[in-house]
Design a protein around this ligand. Structure first.
Ligand code: C2O
Ligand code: CU
Ligand code: CU
Length: 509
């Protein structure tokens, strides 16, 4: 204990501010103390007959992220973010959500295959002071999921202030051979970027470009920890990573360029570990990785800025696109102990994934993702399309649409027949990447621009990057939960795009 503390202290004092630390917008810290990575508490729930019960309070609070500054935040059973919920595969869960925020909200179980009425989307709004009880059975494979606000027009703001948390689904059969000692060799990482004012308050959407590219902060928080430091004691560590940022994409790597193994994507384990030097995660996506450590080393998990590829031309759009995800960040500093306990061998095979056959699909749907007004956005398609009725600006313009239409609560964009398999073609005609997310469970990526996806995109997914100009195809089964009333959402997981209408809804009937 004592030695661990003095190690932390020595490192904290000796470390100069990192790249992003020197200029936090208007504030700057010449030197920044490192802070032990906060590990969100686990909430196992209480088992009552066959149902695991959870109580979640959406509440206001204050956090101290930055040295000597206090920030008003919101959280779930706490000041910022929420506990890590643990579900077992094949059990029933009941989640009682009490809204003590002082404003309406929702809580969505991202990635879960469940009835649309229990999904926590915009139609399950919990009014101020009210409660909502979601119940569903956990049919997921083991994996890393999350929960967050899905309040119509407000998801970005509420998630930015703290309404999000991790969910771990366990399945003993799948897990036995992987590190699973939470907080020791199984480390949750919720990566977020935030922007702070001088007084420590969070600033949100106070720049023009935020309305175009989404809210990008200049300060990284991991599990709500600024400048985080983690000490590991085992030779093999599993990280469960959620890109919980509103808009930012990361290209995660280690500063010594060591390789690591991706073992899971959004919906659970891959068939076998995929060796990577860099892992790209767009907002909403998850990955689990295994990293090997040698005794007594210090390394950094970083995010590598994207090389400039967007053409330079006069005007704001080119400038915004060229600066998008161009920055390098330090994400997490990791120290390993002098004595590392048991290094588990990495299994060569993690499971097997049934690839949905294209031939099973009986319907193909097309989704065109677009930004702004003008000829590139499609025509005026009636209420909520917003493209030719004076709302739009230029190519960027702050308008976001799918198939030329913006989300309105009472318009159902599609009806899907129960027990069918569909192929969805998604095309991005806008100048930037959009992470496309579908509710109702997991899909598989068939191809990108006609080419086979990378090995780490061959598992179950619920959120997929669609790069500018790209066309991809996903395949999904709609096997359960027919409901004439309650729709599922699909949307861009850049929350400011979602909030501005880049979302649609479908019924399974
Ligand atoms: Cu993570 Cu519809 O959201
Ligand atoms: Cu979702
Ligand atoms: Cu988007």
């Amino acid at each position: 204990m004592i030695s661990r503390r003095s190690t932390l202290k020595a490192i904290g004092v000796g470390t100069l501010a990192t790249g992003f630390g020197v200029s936090l917008g208007s504030i700057s810290f010449a030197q920044s103390q490192q802070n032990p990575l906060r590990i969100p508490p686990q909430l196992p729930g209480t088992l009552n007959e066959n149902t695991r019960q959870f109580e979640l309070n959406l509440q206001q609070g204050t956090s101290s992220f930055l040295p000597n500054l206090v920030t008003e935040t919101i959280g779930i059973n706490g000041n910022y973010l929420g506990p890590t919920l643990r579900f077992n595969r094949n059990e029933e869960v009941s989640l009682l959500v009490n809204n003590q925020l002082g404003e309406p909200s929702t809580l969505h179980w991202h990635g879960f295959h469940l009835p649309s009425s229990q999904d926590g989307g915009p139609h399950q709004t919990i009014e101020t002071g009210a409660s909502w009880n979601a119940r569903f059975s956990v049919v997921q494979f083991a994996g890393t999921f999350w929960y967050h606000s899905h309040m119509f027009h407000k998801s970005g703001e509420q998630v930015n202030r703290g309404l999000a948390g991790m969910i771990i689904v366990e399945d003993d059969a799948q897990e036995a051979v992987l590190p699973n000692n939470y907080g020791i060799d199984d480390i949750p990482l919720v990566i977020q970027d935030r922007r702070f004012n001088e007084d420590g308050s969070m600033s949100y959407m106070n720049r023009y470009e935020d309305t175009v590219v989404g809210m990008h902060g200049d300060t990284i928080l991991v599990n709500g920890t600024y400048n985080p430091l983690l000490s590991v004691t085992t030779g093999l560590v599993r990280f469960r990573i959620i890109n919980g940022s509103n808009a930012r994409s990361y290209a995660l790597a280690f500063d010594d360029e060591r390789e690591f193994l991706q073992i899971a994507s959004d919906g659970g384990l891959l068939e076998r570990p995929v060796s990577l030097g860099t892992l790209e995660l767009a907002s909403g996506e998850r990955a689990e990785i295994l990293v090997r450590f040698n005794p007594s080393e210090q390394l950094k998990l970083v995010s590598v800025g994207r090389p400039l590829s967007f053409p330079a031309f006069p005007g704001g759009m080119s400038r915004m696109m060229r600066s998008l995800n161009a920055q390098d960040f330090d994400i997490l500093t990791i120290n390993s102990a002098a004595d590392l306990s048991n290094t588990l061998p990495v299994p060569e095979q993690l499971g097997s994934i049934y690839r949905l056959p294209e031939a099973a699909a009986t319907n193909v749907r097309r989704f065109v993702l677009s930004m702004g007004a003008g000829t590139r956005s499609g025509g005026d398609k009636g209420p909520g399309t917003g493209m030719r009725n004076g709302l739009g600006g230029g190519y960027g313009g702050g308008n976001f649409a799918i198939n030329g239409r913006q989300m309105v609560m009472d318009f159902i964009n599609g009806r899907i027949e129960l027990n069918t398999t569909e192929i969805w073609e998604i095309e991005n005609t806008s100048p930037m990447m959009h992470p496309f997310h579908v509710h109702n469970g997991q899909f598989q990526l068939l191809d990108r621009n006609g080419r086979q996806p990378a090995a780490n995109e061959m598992g179950w997914k619920d959120t997929v990057k669609v790069e500018s100009g790209e066309q991809l195809r996903i395949i999904m089964r709609f096997t359960d939960f027919a409901d004439e009333q309650n729709p599922y959402m699909y949307h861009c997981h850049i929350l400011e795009h979602e909030d501005r209408g880049m979302m649609g809804q479908f019924l399974v009937v």
